[in-house]
Ligand binder design. Structure first.
Ligand code: NAP
Length: 267
């Protein structure tokens, strides 16, 4: 792997859903770039491994428990992060969940959960941390959307949330740009994580078979590796993206609308 640039020295970054999968890879990458990292997940203990990985690289991090779909929990998080790590410059809204099903199978509760964790949480987290960014005249928010934002059978709840992320991102970029805050999104294709493993298991498949199926219809002929998403998030978070705002960058091995839409594979 090429040497990691130190573009975030002196910055403080919040990464949600950072105990697992893509969030953990993003937190580790931001730490390696020099940021102090708030590793946020449902409970503090689950973030310990990510914190240990950042510290093993010589970085600084702390774990925080927060349900990002709960406004009060997010407001508490703001106070705890600022007390422990100082004011926040970078927010990565990554936490997400799936509750897949066809239109007639998705319960009201599953609809609300998916919209709450994947979309409304980003409103809560931005609302909590933006005033500090505005006060300093600098900040970068990166929201995790998905290829599924473009439409995905059996995932209407998830696709609606992820399309909402794109709209939220574009709107906040316009609103917050005059305050020096950039807002972007990334739309992952398929990355092997506990989330995608759970989709394979739910469909009676082993993850390796699922990876082969996705790879066969992906132009780069393989699934994504979490560090390959983390590097794009780090670029957007840092000074090399100083004139990039309001964008959703798809990171998908070339597979966009060209791939068949298959809810049994995608996250
Ligand atoms: P993951 O391995 O399941 O990690 C998501 C993390 O978020 C988990 O630690 C999860 O905890 C946590 N989380 C869930 N609800 C939360 C809440 N209310 N508050 C705080 N944390 C919460 O999933 P992933 O694959 O890394 O996905 C990360 C993001 O990328 C998600 O937004 C996902 O939609 C998006 N994405 C992933 C893919 C992919 O191929 N992997 C593709 C497109 C988009 P629990 O484990 O307890 O639920």
């Amino acid at each position: 792997m090429t040497a990691v640039p130190r573009r975030l020295v002196g910055r403080c970054a919040v990464v949600t859903g950072a105990a697992s999968g893509l969030g953990a890879a993003i937190a580790v990458r931001l730490g390696a770039e020099g940021a102090r990292v708030a590793v946020v997940d449902l409970d503090e203990a689950r973030g310990a491994d990510t914190v240990a990985r950042i510290e093993a690289d010589g970085g600084e991090a702390a774990a925080f428990g927060c349900d990002v779909a709960d406004a009060q929990s997010v407001d508490r998080l703001r106070g705890e992060v600022i007390a422990d790590l100082g004011s926040v410059d970078v927010v990565v809204n990554n936490a997400g969940v799936l509750r897949d099903g066809g239109l007639l199978e998705i319960s009201d509760a599953d609809w609300d959960t998916v919209l709450g964790v994947n979309l409304t949480s980003m409103f809560y987290v931005a609302r909590a941390f933006v005033p500090d960014m505005t006060a300093h005249g600098v900040g970068s928010i990166v929201n995790i959307s998905s290829r599924s934002a473009l439409g995905s059978a059996g995932q209407a709840n998830y696709a609606a949330a992820k399309a909402g992320v794109m709209g939220l991102t574009a709107s906040l970029a316009i609103e917050l740009g005059p305050h020096g805050i950039r807002v972007n999104a990334v739309g992952p294709g398929f990355f092997a994580t506990p989330m995608t493993d759970s989709v394979a298991t739910a469909n009676g498949r082993v993850p390796e078979d699922q990876h082969r199926a996705v790879a066969s219809r992906t132009p780069l002929r393989r699934v994504g590796r979490p560090h390959e998403l983390a590097s794009v998030v780090a670029f957007l978070a840092g000074p090399d993206a100083s004139y990039v705002s309001g964008q959703t960058i798809f990171v998908n091995g070339g597979a966009l609308t060209a791939s068949p839409i298959r809810a049994d594979d995608e996250a």
